[in-house]
Design a protein around this ligand. Structure first.
Ligand code: GLU
Length: 289
């Protein structure tokens, strides 16, 4: 088997919590068990939300836990040319179109339509800009802020049936249920989906170990891999940790951070040993989604 490469890919928009530690630990241990490589990728495409102190915090927390990454740390904000290149390949094949809609345009369009199909991430984009006449789109491109969207029906038809492997189980990708996802945002030359797909391939990631919250998104990543002729890694989506009220740990819900645990005198070796043994600190449990 090829050398195993895993990665931990947090977004620097807050301090890490126990859920991140669990995810990083699983990716780290999988690499170590196979004499492989554990990479750290900072997913900082959101230039307005990223903060340097959170990047430092991520590195500090991983070192505190004893989960030091191998090799250079990769920053997505330094890789915009790679994403632009991938996007232009999709444009050249007629699979991406510019979208000038604002959030409120989309909300209004959805409210006015008789049926508003929902996907894993909420209501689907109604396709307003997909049918713009090419000359009109070209004129607006010069003057208006725009995102780029994937024409998912066309792309899926071109790619044919696609599968990926989750923990040794074959999963059939159904990317159409996401609708025309954003490939490049108005404020960044990429989206999460495009950047993660390009980077996992570019960094030679063989095994993506990440939370169940990203299980469905893998359908889109698999489609992008097919369109961009990139290899498909194996996936392992792990359960998410929840707090005492059953709520999934999240920055926005004020989950206790690793920095808080450290400040209150937690022993990192003990914490990691407990996480490995599946023993979570009091008040935490693991949920499927
Ligand atoms: N950056 C994503 C997050 O912090 C994770 C991306 C991934 O593992 O694919 O939720």
């Amino acid at each position: 088997m090829k050398n195993i490469v895993t990665r931990f890919a947090p977004s620097p928009t807050g301090r890490l919590h126990l859920g991140h530690a669990f995810s990083a630990l699983l990716a780290h241990d999988y690499a170590r068990q196979h004499d492989g490589t554990f990479l750290l990728r900072i997913e900082d495409i959101d230039l307005g939300r990223k903060r340097p102190e959170f990047v430092d915090g991520i590195i500090e927390d991983l070192i505190w836990l004893g989960l030091e990454p191998d090799g250079e740390i990769v920053y997505q904000s330094e890789r915009f040319p790679l994403y632009r290149d991938a996007l232009s390949r999709l444009k050249d094949r007629g699979l991406a179109y510019p979208c000038f809609c604002t959030r409120s345009d989309i909300a209004q369009e959805i409210a006015a339509s008789a049926e508003a199909p929902h996907g894993p991430d909420g209501p689907l984009y109604p396709g307003t800009c997909r049918t713009l006449a090419p000359d009109q789109a070209a004129r607006r491109l010069e003057a208006e802020p725009h995102a780029w969207r994937l024409d998912v029906a066309r792309a899926a038809a071109m790619a044919g049936s696609l599968y990926w492997e989750d923990d040794h189980t074959e999963v059939q990708a159904e990317p159409e249920r996401f609708g025309d996802v954003v490939l490049a945002r108005k404020d960044a030359p990429t989206s999460y989906h495009l950047a993660v797909t390009v980077d996992d391939a570019d960094q030679g990631v063989t095994d993506v170990v990440r939370g169940r919250d990203l299980f469905a998104a893998t359908d889109i990543h698999r489609l992008l891999q097919a369109l961009l002729e990139l290899p498909t890694p194996r996936y392992r989506h792990h359960p998410l940790l929840t707090d005492a009220s059953g709520q999934r740990l999240a920055k926005r819900h004020g989950a206790r951070t690793l920095a808080d645990l450290r400040a209150s005198g937690a022993d990192p070796a003990e914490l990691v040993a407990n996480l490995r043994a599946g023993t979570l600190p009091a008040g935490y449990s693991a949920a499927e989604a």
